[in-house]
Design a protein around this ligand. Structure first.
Ligand code: C2O
Ligand code: CU
Ligand code: CU
Length: 479
């Protein structure tokens, strides 16, 4: 089948929110889509790689006229793309040249918490640098890096602290999929901003406790981008890197998009659709086949009714390859029938948001799970007042499998590994989660202002040897 809907409850879409900021086309010339360069290692052997990730302030020419003051990783805005190979060990120097502390969170990487994971408890102070070491061992996927200082994640990400992080492996390499970075395999970071006087951003002026948004689509940091298509098939790796916005993506002529991967890597099988909704922090990879077009044609990508990216079709060679019908073996260990079912209740809007009736506490451990055991987590969105809103629920510490939505099957494009799942109002999503590393990990709504506003909790993953291990957690008031 070719799915033609967004699956989620329309009454909960972000445009029903009183503070909703619709997208508008900004009056500025069209420019080529920026493709970030790939971060070069400082040094490497066959099995080990040394890299430096540098959070830095800068200025970026986004619009004609004044440059915009921005932050980025190894560049002035967003970041160079980091590519990890499953099986290798990485020594990453985290360097902070910003005027304030930040953290480096590897969203979607399976690494120990709380320091390597880079959530709230892993500050890097201004002028400081620190090396972390971890081994990447997970299927090929599109993950990402973003700042996570609590409660200033929204502020940091709005300034630009977000970068694509790819994991590669031999299996994914062997499939007949586009692999040529920047040519037929593109990172697409979806964000939105409001440009104020002199082309500047003003987070405090635009702040909304239900999620900060702006009217201008910013795609890989570019306003009004075009991309020249020189191959018949194009792979687009979308990341919703917005603080709040949901992206309802579709192409002109209702051109089919074949989804091949989600947060944690390849789907078991490709899923054909003409529409896809992404909520905050989710990733989705699509193959678009332009065989029905010829040089000079244009194909437009929309979110709702606003064009956000134009594909200019150039001459390309006919491509006879067909996508594999099986992409990956997805398996998740069974849950022990006696295991307790973890409960997460997301409630409220604006300043009233809570998780299990509480606001986040930096020093409080809200839940516990043993390393290596698979357990159910039931995530409930009680918030059915006034249509309610979708909460994109995210867990640090690995990937989960979605078991059901209110007892029904998950959506057809949710059958792969996930680390973020949007929960409809009045719905309970059951997931299966296994942790491969010990530590303290956050779990939260990924509308970043909800996370900063307290719709966040933390769990301790413990080993049987050290069930009560104490971590040096950071108290919020040391910020
Ligand atoms: Cu992408 Cu705790 O976040
Ligand atoms: Cu995360
Ligand atoms: Cu939320």
């Amino acid at each position: 089948p070719v799915y033609q809907d967004y699956f989620f409850n329309e009454t909960a879409y972000d445009y029903h929110d009183g503070g909703y900021v619709p997208l508008e086309v900004y009056d500025a010339p069209r420019v080529p889509l920026t493709i970030p360069s790939i971060l070069k290692p400082d040094r490497e052997t066959d099995t080990e790689v040394w890299l430096t990730v540098h959070a830095q302030p800068g200025e970026t020419q986004i619009l004609p006229g004044a440059k915009t003051k921005t932050w980025g990783y190894n560049q002035s805005l967003l970041g160079q793309t980091i590519v990890f190979r499953s099986g290798k060990t990485y020594h990453v120097t985290l360097k902070n040249s910003l005027p304030e502390l930040t953290t480096f969170h590897w969203h979607g990487l399976d690494v120990p918490g709380p320091f390597i994971d880079g959530g709230c408890h892993a500050p890097i102070y201004p002028g400081e640098e620190k090396e972390i070491t971890f081994t990447v061992n997970q299927p090929a996927a599109t993950t990402w890096l973003h700042a996570h200082p609590c409660p200033l994640t929204g502020w940091d990400v709005w300034h630009g602290l977000a970068a694509m992080v790819y994991v590669e492996d031999d299996h994914e390499d062997s499939l007949a999929l586009p692999h040529n970075y920047g040519v037929d395999d593109l990172p697409i970071v979806l964000q939105d901003r409001r440009f104020h006087e002199d082309n500047q951003w003003d987070y405090d002026a635009d702040y909304d406790p239900d999620g900060t948004a702006g009217p201008t689509a910013l795609i890989n940091g570019t306003v009004n981008p075009n991309f020249d298509v020189t191959t018949q098939k194009l792979r687009l790796r979308f990341l919703d890197g917005s603080n709040r916005r949901e992206w309802r993506l579709h192409l002109s002529d209702d051109l089919m998009m074949t989804q091949i991967a989600s947060d944690g890597g390849l789907l078991p099988e490709p899923v054909q659709m003409t529409k896809c909704m992404l909520t905050c922090a989710e990733r989705a990879e699509f193959i678009i086949d332009f065989s029905g077009y010829k040089a000079g044609d244009q194909v437009t990508l929309y979110s709702d009714d606003t064009p956000i990216l134009i594909f200019n079709i150039k001459d390309f060679v006919t491509d006879e390859t067909t996508l594999p019908d099986k992409l990956a073996e997805i398996s998740y260990p069974d849950v022990d029938p006696d295991a307790l079912v973890h409960q997460v209740v997301l409630a409220g809007t604006d300043e009233e948001i809570t998780i299990n009736g509480l606001k986040f506490g930096m020093m409080r451990i809200d839940d516990r799970q043993e390393i290596g055991k698979t357990e159910y987590w039931d995530i409930t969105n009680t918030n059915d007042c006034c249509g309610g809103m979708l909460h994109p629920y995210h867990m640090h510490g690995g990937s989960f499998q979605i078991v059901s939505r209110n007892g029904q099957a998950p959506y057809p494009n949710e059958l792969g590994y996930k680390d973020t799942v949007a929960v409809n109002p009045g719905e309970t999503v059951r997931i299966k989660m296994k942790f491969n590393f010990a530590g303290v990990f956050m779990y939260h709504c990924h509308i970043i202002e909800h996370e900063d506003g307290g719709m966040m909790a933390q769990m301790q993953v413990y080993t049987p040897e050290e069930p009560e291990k104490k971590y040096d957690l950071m108290a919020m008031d040391t910020l």
